[in-house]
Design a protein. Structure first.
Length: 412
């Protein structure tokens, strides 16, 4: 990763340590430039008008869709739907999913999914549509899969929803086993791929993933752009609850608005799920973020980040502070560089402020959008999260550990 920091203006210019990449990664210069070039040189009613500006701009946008389809291992770009982020994608999915399932549905969720994933399903307005059940990740894959298998056989859910990577501990979930067990019990799967693109490999076709939702601001891309993947045979049966002119076809026969309900048809996916006014610059940035990752190589990223994770765990474990708990993966092979540290002796928000003001270390504090986990575990104020990416260094990890050791010594 020589000279990688120079590829990020923010990281290169920042005079502190950025350890909050699980919240948002820094954006590479080439992504910023691609977005600027698109906005400087292109405009128009993309996908609609026929002038050369629109045709060229639409082609650029579709190249990003194709880039994501290839990256995820989708069978076609028609399986990729652009969204405005996780909540938008989850709401789109649950409203469309019910259109094909009709009856009241049992849904099985991993209990430690973040609130943007859970709240749309817990909406009281959906009480006659969805019945929610939960299962929990443990350090033992055997216990976790056994719990899942038992709930699948007793609850008989139509859908199992779980993350690829834990926001709490950086644990890689055993997704291949979860998918197989779910399918063996006639349940489809929906996977949270918030951190998948820039930290680990995932091939939705090879793994037989039914649906996946993710975003780009945690994967070297801009904010406000996400995606929903679905097997084409499945999403072709789904219809959006909210639609617009761009979603529909055969509107030329609409000479009387009173005949609207009988005079329109939905377009094929993905167009039927997307609006005409999208975050076009964000889509361009998403495609360029994937090219950035491909240029480095995902395996090279995995190897580098595993070394960062190993050094962080070793450094934290050397700190002499009895009241410190570290949430990490069960093994280094299943670890991406996201860690939560908890102490009932120090308020995490105070610790975060001290690190920022005294040591120039930008970290994260609070419930990490998973209050259900931390409150049930007795951490009423949450935790401190430290998360890293390819632009972080071993030296920075040593500084963080040294700084924490100094602060904790005051409470010993």
């Amino acid at each position: 990763m020589d000279n990688i920091r120079k590829k990020f203006t923010f990281i290169n210019d920042y005079d502190g340590i950025y350890a909050d990449s699980a919240c948002k990664t820094a954006i590479p210069n080439q992504v910023q430039q691609a977005m600027k070039n698109f906005q400087d040189k292109s405009t128009g009613c993309y996908y609609k008008a026929g002038n050369s500006l629109v045709v060229e701009g639409t082609d650029f946008l579709e190249q990003s869709r194709l880039e994501l389809a290839k990256f995820l291992g989708a069978r076609s770009s028609g399986e990729i739907i652009w969204t405005n982020g996780i909540p938008d994608a989850v709401n789109l999915f649950l409203k469309s999913y019910h259109q094909i399932k009709k009856d009241k549905l049992n849904i099985l969720f991993d209990k430690n999914l973040s609130l943007p994933w859970l709240l749309p399903w817990l909406n009281p307005n959906n009480k006659n549509v969805y019945v929610n059940h939960f299962f929990s990740m443990t350090e033992s894959n055997y216990e976790y899969l056994n719990d899942l298998n038992q709930k699948l056989s007793t609850i008989k859910p139509k859908l199992v929803v779980f993350p690829h990577i834990s926001n709490i501990s950086g644990q890689l979930y055993p997704i291949e086993e979860i998918i197989k067990i779910s399918h063996d019990n006639s349940a489809e799967v929906l996977i949270d791929t918030t951190y998948s693109l820039s930290h680990n490999k995932i091939d939705v076709h090879e793994l037989d993933v039914d649906y996946a939702i993710g975003k780009f601001d945690t994967n070297f891309g801009p904010s406000g752009i996400g995606y929903m993947y679905g097997k084409y045979s499945l999403i072709d049966e789904m219809y959006p609850e909210d639609f617009n002119e761009y979603s529909l076809t055969e509107l030329d026969n609409l000479n009387d608005l009173r005949n609207f309900s009988s005079s329109y048809k939905f377009k094929k996916p993905p167009e039927r799920f997307e609006s005409l006014s999208q975050n076009y610059a964000g889509i361009i940035g998403a495609g360029e973020a994937l090219r950035f990752i491909n240029t480095i190589g995902i395996q090279k990223i995995i190897d580098y980040e595993q070394n960062l994770s190993k050094k962080f765990i070793e450094a934290i474990q050397k700190i002499d502070f009895t009241h410190l708990t570290m949430f990490k993966a069960s093994s280094i092979k299943k670890q991406i560089p996201i860690f939560s540290l908890a102490s009932k002796m120090i308020n995490p928000h105070d610790l975060s402020l001290i690190l920022d003001s005294q040591y120039k270390i930008a970290s994260h504090s609070g419930f990490l959008s998973t209050p259900q986990f931390f409150l049930s575990s007795g951490y009423k104020n949450g935790v401190n999260q430290f998360s890293f990416s390819i632009y972080n260094t071993i030296e920075e990890i040593e500084i963080i550990a040294s700084s924490l050791s100094e602060i904790f010594s005051l409470f010993s």
